[in-house]
Design a protein around this ligand. Structure first.
Ligand SMILES: [Fe+2]
Length: 132
């Protein structure tokens, strides 16, 4: 089962970044299935660590694209990345303290990722594509 389904409309046309977005969706679905199957907290923690690593790496790659092609709105986009990474970290901390159920964590994560992929990244993607 899936909490998020990849849709080709999510593609931003930069293959490396599209692949990384798909991986974020996969990790989110893996978290959902692990929760549904009531697997151990260790299994959940491994996926949450994977999510954290992948979010940081992905944002770093996107920022490198923007810097490389001298995207003018880089600073604002970087701030959006920092905010999202901080939010994911905050959800994780609340979950670790049993203050945020995983189902709610996943809903917030899903909304944040959808907004990131479908809205925020669509802002810079045309500029990068036209300069590649
Ligand atoms: Fe992205």
């Amino acid at each position: 089962m899936a909490i998020m389904t990849w849709n080709d409309n999510f593609n931003i046309g930069i293959p490396q970044l599209d692949g990384e977005h798909k991986r974020l969706v996969t990790i989110t679905n893996d978290l959902y299935n692990t929760m549904k199957q009531e697997q151990s907290k260790t299994a959940m923690d491994l996926l949450l660590n994977d999510l954290n690593d992948h979010v940081i790496t992905h944002f770093f790659h996107e920022e490198n694209f923007m810097l490389h092609y001298r995207y003018l709105d880089y600073t604002r986009h970087k701030q959006l990345h920092d905010n999202l990474a901080t939010n994911v970290d905050a959800y994780r901390n609340l979950y670790d303290k049993d203050l945020l159920p995983m189902a709610k964590f996943l809903t917030m994560l899903q909304n944040s990722l959808m907004h990131h992929i479908y809205k925020t990244d669509q802002e810079y993607a045309p500029f990068i594509r036209s300069h590649m």
